[in-house]
Design a protein around this ligand. Structure first.
Ligand code: IMP
Length: 442
């Protein structure tokens, strides 16, 4: 029995979907604990591509309970589309449970998110436009609509009649946007509530019972560590907590129930949206890392935007090991580096103004935006890793690349992904039951 958190160790899009898909096989429950339809998870099974925004990809296995937890925000329209899409592809959705406490993204959240980010000009965050920030803001401001309200017509009507006129003031006066009609909003969302009613449950109680019954639970974060509201590269972050600590709050369980934390990182770095990115590359180098034209191509699942790409940043990963308490790492997309003559890894930063060196993420955003990467350059392996199924089948230089990463991060790489399909995977050590990381003194 093991309860495991899988967390993105970079700016999201690390290939978590593939790793959670792999680990979901031995899990009984798969729990999504934060974020909303800003997330995009792509899983390829038997040549079929599935794209998920809200539903845990574990739904593709039979007889799993897939939970969308209280820490998430839900656009009901998108959730219903996802459920319908799975049904038409003959995937059973009876195991799907949605928390009564999850907050609902309303049409005014979408409008405000998009208008607000546009209005920031050169300070824009580059949000996904899915209403995430405003939904979490209303939650914190205690004027959100929760799933428990969505499925109770009277509660929903009361809240919509209270909130929509207030939001209309913002839409009209601040953003010169058309107002919403409370009656129409109520009718539309009441219908969504009806469609989703059978999935809504007290998921915290459900998970507690599962823990008591020694079930295996996989907690999956959307986004990544550096997009965390408290621990990421603020203000260029999302509005929730993808870090491992967020799993307890976002699922409604205590930290004593967690056995292991697995971080997922690409073998290089990507980011979508705005914000400093010290190891970012451009031009031909970027085209190689972006793998344009392949199934691995770096374009956002939710927005279709080309992702920004750069070398592996071990300063950021070291930070991710610390704030998540990672036990081991799953390294994805190593095959993207197959053709390179030389590969850079960033081992420290230098402040371009003061010359100070940083081995850990400087949290002051003023410093972070002017640091320059200090690289170590390793020799490429110039051979395909795609067919390797054991670590000793990897070229010596690929092994050296991984050894150096492990040495700097002081955690083992347990899984390596060498392609986008399920079987393009090397398990180096059991990521769930393998040796746990023990902090060394000094
Ligand atoms: P929001 O979550 O839509 O508010 O966007 C805030 C920031 O997080 C933007 O830079 C987005 O591009 C980024 N972001 C949100 N979700 C994801 C994701 O699933 N992968 C990568 N970046 C994301």
């Amino acid at each position: 029995m093991a309860n495991v958190i899988v967390v993105g160790a970079q700016w999201g899009d690390e290939g978590k979907a593939k790793i959670t898909d792999l680990l979901s096989k031995s899990a009984d429950y798969i729990v999504r604990y934060q974020g909303g339809s800003n997330a995009g998870h792509t899983v390829v099974v038997d040549g079929e591509t599935y794209k998920f925004h809200l539903i845990p990809s574990g739904i593709l296995y039979e007889n799993k309970i897939c939970v969308i937890g209280p820490g998430t925000v839900i656009d009901p329209k998108i959730l219903i589309q996802e459920i319908e899409d799975l049904k038409t592809r003959n995937i059973a959705v009876k195991g799907l449970k949605v928390s009564t406490a999850a907050h609902v993204t309303m049409p005014y959240h979408l409008a405000i998110d998009q208008a607000e980010d546009r209005g920031r000009g050169n300070k824009k965050i580059g949000t996904t436009g899915r209403g995430i920030g405003p939904t979490y803001a209303d939650k914190a401001d205690r004027c959100g609509i929760r799933m428990s309200d969505l499925i109770e017509a009277k509660e929903l009507e009361e809240k919509v009649n209270w909130l929509v006129p207030r939001k209309n003031v913002i839409l009209e006066r601040l953003y010169s946007l058309p107002p919403e009609d409370p009656k129409k909003v109520f009718e539309e969302y009441r219908e969504y509530g009806e469609k989703l009613k059978s999935f809504v449950a007290d998921t915290s109680a459900l998970i507690f019972d599962a823990i008591k019954n020694k079930k295996n639970i996989l907690f999956e974060g959307a986004q990544g560590t550096l997009l965390d509201l408290d621990h990421g590269t603020y203000p260029y972050v999302t509005s929730s907590n993808p870090v491992a600590g967020g799993a307890c709050i976002g699922a409604g369980i205590g930290p004593t129930s967690i056995d292991r934390v697995i971080g997922v990182s690409k073998a290089f770095t990507t980011r979508v949206g705005e914000g400093p990115f010290p190891t970012e590359v451009f031009g031909r180098e970027a085209d190689e890392l972006r793998a344009t034209g392949t199934a691995w191509a770096e374009f956002g699942t939710t927005t279709g935007r080309p992702r920004r790409v750069g070398w592996l940043d071990l300063v950021l990963l070291r930070y991710a090991v610390r704030v998540n308490g990672l036990d081991c790492l799953a390294l994805t997309k190593i095959d993207v580096l197959d053709n390179l003559d030389e590969i850079n890894i960033c081992v420290a930063y230098e402040d371009s103004l003061t010359g100070a060196k940083y081995y850990d993420l400087p949290l002051a955003s003023g410093i972070f935006k002017r640091v320059k990467p200090i690289y170590e350059t390793l020799k490429g392996w110039k051979t395909s890793t795609n067919k390797c199924r054991a670590s000793n089948e990897l070229a010596p230089n690929a092994q050296k690349y991984m050894d150096r990463i492990q040495e700097i991060l002081e955690i083992p790489i347990a899984i390596v992904s060498v392609g986008h399909k399920r079987h393009h995977t090397i398990i180096i050590e059991d990521p769930i039951h393998g040796p746990k990381r023990v902090l060394q003194k000094g």
